[in-house]
Design a protein around this ligand. Structure first.
Ligand SMILES: [Zn+2]
Ligand SMILES: [Zn+2]
Length: 423
């Protein structure tokens, strides 16, 4: 006799999202579609695999994401491919490749989908994780920064995230970042002994990244590091003041935090983060910023870009306790008793489904008691009881699960019965 086949598990750090948890995911996604739509954003879907060079150029070779966390491989045709570790580079590639960058440069896209980074899995952080993000292209105006930030806030509040605070910063531009970088290097060299290995490497490649190192001893050194505000060029100062004024004007409150930098190389000027204390320590739920050099860096025209992304897993953790258990009015459970009723059930059930009513039933006849238990378990709003006696009279019994009321309803009137309840 053959041995029992072994169980295959999902890869480490990759999890299934099963019902009923999927409901929260769908709610978040629906809220995103609804809110971003009102700001003129359209959904874009890009492949989850891209040429590895896209991320090397678009994210930055010296970032830890590209250095250590990408799932990269050479396919049978000798192409170097990577699972996308983030969304922006792909969206910008599509924007350039489609020609939209020349046809109609001002573009607003949102995306949602899985990203991949080979990190150590922990609560709220998976190797396959999901992000929702928005990208606004070819808008240089500081109004764009403020609008994107307020849209992010609008979304988070609508989704039900409470206890939010917004931190903003400007991380300068090509004109003023070099002098800030040299000041940082000069400062950090003095404390090299206390920096982690990653930061020692960053010291020569991208010292700005030391500012957002999570290592405790690095954090201490960062406390007293030079401040970017002392190095901003006039254009950066003007841009940042206009962003702040516009936020004030539309009632979005924020604090300026000079340690908010973005982890990816292409960011410049405005960087922002929404944080909440709801998950224990202060945690970012949404982060974004301006990336004016990226489109050009990926071979497109010299147009601006700004956007943000947020991790679904964290949002789900934040919202899972707050989601109220709504009574599920539109779920109808069919309890079928007897052989005749069993045969007659499916045509009636399908009649309701064609009217958009969600119906569940258990096929094989079981006792009424066990079927009622099942109806309770799936939180059905109503139970239709079909017995052989009722069927011969062309009727069913409909029980309202909230009030306990029962009534006889003619089968041909059944769809109207539920449409009236639902409507
Ligand atoms: Zn500048
Ligand atoms: Zn460090």
């Amino acid at each position: 006799m053959a041995s029992k086949p072994s169980i295959i598990k999902a890869p480490r750090g990759m999890v299934d999202v099963m019902p009923p948890a999927i409901k929260i995911w769908q709610n978040i996604e629906n809220t995103a579609r609804e809110v971003f739509g009102t700001y003129g954003y359209s959904e874009i879907r890009t492949p989850i695999l891209e040429d590895t060079s896209l991320f090397k150029r678009g994210v930055g070779e010296s970032t830890s994401v590209v250095e250590k966390e990408m799932y990269s491989f050479t396919d049978q045709g000798d192409h170097d491919l990577s699972l996308r570790p983030e969304g922006t580079a792909s969206v910008v590639r599509a924007y350039i490749e489609s020609g939209m960058c020349n046809i109609d440069p001002l573009a607003r896209y949102y995306y949602m989908g899985p990203m991949f980074r080979r990190e150590r899995p922990q609560k709220g952080r998976q190797r396959q994780f999901y992000q929702i993000g928005c990208e606004l292209l070819a808008a240089e105006s500081p109004y764009a920064d403020a609008e994107v930030i307020s849209m992010a806030e609008h979304f988070l509040k609508r989704a039900g995230v409470s206890d939010l605070s917004l931190e903003i910063n400007s991380i300068g531009c090509e004109a003023c970042r070099p002098s800030f970088n040299s000041a940082l290097v000069e400062y950090f060299v003095k404390f090299q002994g206390g920096l982690c290995d990653d930061c020692i490497r960053r010291l020569s490649k991208n010292p700005l990244r030391i500012l957002d190192c999570k290592n405790n001893s690095c954090k201490e050194i960062v406390e007293k590091a030079p401040r970017f505000s002392a190095f901003w060029c006039d254009a950066c100062v003007t841009h940042f003041s206009a962003v702040k004024q516009t936020l004030d004007g539309i009632g979005v409150s924020y604090v300026v935090n000079e340690q908010v930098v973005r982890g990816l190389d292409y960011y410049m000027r405005t960087a922002f983060e929404f944080t909440t204390t709801k998950l224990g320590a202060q945690n970012a739920v949404l982060a974004g910023g301006r990336y004016d050099g990226l489109v050009r860096g990926l071979g497109g025209p010299d147009v601006a870009g700004i956007g943000f992304a947020m991790g679904m897993e964290r949002l789900v953790l934040l919202l899972q306790d707050s989601t109220k258990k709504d009574p599920v009015d539109d779920v109808v459970y069919f309890a079928v008793i007897g052989e005749l009723a069993g045969r007659k059930a499916l045509p009636v059930i399908n009649l309701l489904r064609r009217d958009g009513i969600r119906v569940e039933w258990d096929y094989a006849a079981k006792s009424l008691k066990s079927q009622m238990r099942k109806a309770g378990k799936i939180e059905a709003g109503s139970v239709v009881i079909m017995g052989d006696d009722e069927i011969t009279r062309g009727e069913v019994i409909v029980k309202n699960m909230k009030t306990g009321e029962q009534q006889n309803v003619r089968i041909k009137d059944l769809p109207f019965h539920f449409i009236n309840i639902g409507g």
